[in-house]
Design a protein. Structure first.
Length: 415
C-alpha cells in the first residue's frame, strides 16, 4: 500500500454526474490513489449520492462530506453564479452562452438542457476559483463533460476527461462529442477500443491528446478464496445493472437451455435496474424461477461472498467498455465468460484467460457454459490465467501510478 504523501503541485478538480456512486467505485479508488501520490484533489458532482447513509462505506461517507454538489445549492446558487460570472468574466460569459445556444441550433429540443449545462458550468467554474483550482478532470464524455467544456469557455482553466465507451459514442452528434475533445487539453481512454472510437469521432490533429490508461482492481482485495458452492449444483454469477446492454435476458435463455439439457444450474443475478421486472417475468415464462436468484444491489463485501459461492462468472453484454466487475471476478479466481465486443477482448484472451462468445449468440453462450460445467481442469486453467492477466495488466495500484504519470506530464505541458 502506498503511503499517504503531502499534496504537492496544482490542485485538481474531479467532476462527475454523481459522486460517490455505487456503480462508479473505481472513480473513488482513483481519487484516493492519486491523493496517495501527492495530488490534491477536490471533488464535485451534479447530483448528490442518493443512497441511504447505511448503504455507504466510511470512505464514501467522508467523500460525501467534502464533495461540492451543484444541485444542493439550488436557485440561489445558480443566480449567484450567473451574476458573479457575468460581473467578473463578461467576455467569457458571452462566449459560454453563445456555445450553449449553438448546441441548441442543432437540436432545438435540447435548449433547456443546454441552458442548465451553462448554469452548471458557471457554478463549477466559481467553485474552482474559490478552491484555487485551475485544472478540471471529468469522467465520461456525457453530461459532466458538456458542463465542463462550457466552463472552459468562461473561465481561465485547463480541462481533461476520461472516455470509457460505449455510451459516449452512441449519439456523438447530439452529445457534441467532438466539441468536448476539442475543448480538452488531453483525454484519457480506458482502452484501445475507447481510443479508436475517440479518434473516429475527432479530428486527426487532436489525436496527440489521447492517452490510454487502464482501470484496474486490487488483486489483494479480490483474491481467490476457498469455494463454498451449493453441492451438486453448478452456480453462475452475473453482476451488473439490470439493463438491456448487459444481455441478461439472453443469459436466462441460456440457463433454460442448460436446464432442459439436464444440467443442474443456478444463476445469481447481483444488481438492480429498469429490467428487473421484465427479467423476472422472463424467468417465470421459461419455467426457471427457482433456478434464478435476484439479489438486488449489493455492496462489495456481499459481492465478494458471491464470488466464493459460485463456480463461474458470466457477463453476456451487448455493449461495454471494459467492465471492472470482470476484472474483479478474474482476480477472485473465477473462470469468466463474456462477449467479443468493444474493449473486452483486451482483457480476456478467448480460450486462455476466459471464454468469449459472439454477442447475441445463444448457442455459443450455452456451449461455453456447458464446457465449463463438464471440465473442472478447464475451469481451473482459465481461472489461473485470468487472475494472472489481471495482475499483469489491470492491477489498480500500478495503473493509477501510470495515470499519475499522465497527469504530471500533461499538466506540465499545459503550464
Amino acid at each position: 500500500m502506498t503511503e499517504q504523501i503531502r499534496p504537492v503541485g496544482p490542485r485538481i478538480g474531479y467532476f462527475v454526474s454523481e459522486y460517490p456512486a455505487t456503480s462508479h467505485t473505481f472513480i473513488l479508488r482513483e481519487v484516493l490513489g492519486l491523493r496517495q501520490r501527492g495530488f490534491e484533489i477536490a471533488t464535485a458532482s451534479i447530483n448528490a449520492d442518493s443512497r441511504p447513509l447505511s448503504a455507504v462505506t466510511s470512505e464514501e461517507r467522508e467523500e460525501r462530506g467534502t464533495t461540492y454538489v451543484l444541485k444542493s445549492h439550488g436557485l440561489r446558487g445558480a443566480l449567484s453564479a450567473q451574476i458573479g460570472s457575468l460581473w467578473r468574466h463578461p467576455r467569457g460569459y458571452a462566449r459560454g452562452l453563445r456555445a450553449a445556444l449553438r448546441r441548441s441550433l442543432k437540436n432545438p429540443s435540447t435548449t433547456l438542457r443546454n441552458l442548465f449545462h451553462f448554469t452548471a458550468a458557471l457554478m463549477i467554474g466559481r467553485w474552482m476559483q474559490r478552491q484555487g483550482i485551475r485544472h478540471l478532470h471529468v469522467h465520461f464524455a456525457t453530461a459532466g463533460a458538456s458542463v465542463a467544456s462550457l466552463a472552459k469557455q468562461v473561465f481561465p482553466m485547463t480541462l481533461s476527461m476520461t472516455v470509457h465507451g460505449p455510451d459516449e459514442f452512441a449519439d456523438v452528434r447530439n452529445e457534441h462529442f467532438h466539441e468536448k475533445v476539442d475543448a480538452a487539453d488531453f483525454v484519457v481512454c480506458i482502452s484501445h477500443f475507447a481510443r479508436s472510437q475517440t479518434m473516429q469521432h475527432s479530428a486527426p490533429e487532436h489525436w496527440k491528446k489521447l492517452d490510454v490508461s487502464r482501470l484496474g482492481v486490487n488483486p489483494r482485495v479480490f483474491a481467490p478464496v476457498a469455494k463454498t458452492p451449493e453441492p451438486g449444483v453448478f452456480s453462475l454469477l452475473c453482476v451488473g445493472r439490470l439493463t438491456p446492454a448487459k444481455g441478461q435476458h439472453l443469459l436466462l435463455d441460456a440457463i433454460a437451455a442448460l436446464h432442459d439439457g439436464g444440467e443442474r444450474v443456478r444463476l445469481h443475478l447481483a444488481g438492480d435496474g429498469p429490467d428487473r421486472a421484465s427479467l423476472q417475468r422472463h424467468a417465470h415464462a421459461l419455467g426457471i424461477d427457482e433456478l434464478v436468484e435476484f439479489h438486488g444491489a449489493l455492496n462489495h463485501d456481499q459481492v465478494r461472498d458471491l464470488y466464493a459461492r459460485c463456480d463461474t462468472f458470466v457477463l453476456p453484454s451487448f455493449a461495454e467498455g471494459i467492465p471492472v466487475v470482470l476484472m474483479e471476478a478474474m482476480a477472485a479466481g473465477l473462470p469468466c465468460v463474456s462477449t467479443r465486443i468493444a474493449g473486452i477482448p483486451e482483457l480476456i484472451v478467448d480460450g486462455e484467460s476466459g471464454f468469449l462468445a459472439s454477442p447475441s449468440s445463444l448457442d455459443e453462450l450455452t456451449g461455453r457454459l456447458r464446457q465449463l460445467i463438464h471440465d473442472p481442469e478447464l475451469r481451473r486453467r482459465l481461472a489461473v490465467n485470468g487472475r494472472r492477466r489481471v495482475c499483469e495488466a489491470y492491477d489498480l495500484d500500478r495503473n493509477i501510478g501510470g495515470l499519475a504519470h499522465v497527469f504530471r506530464r500533461r499538466l506540465e505541458a499545459c503550464a
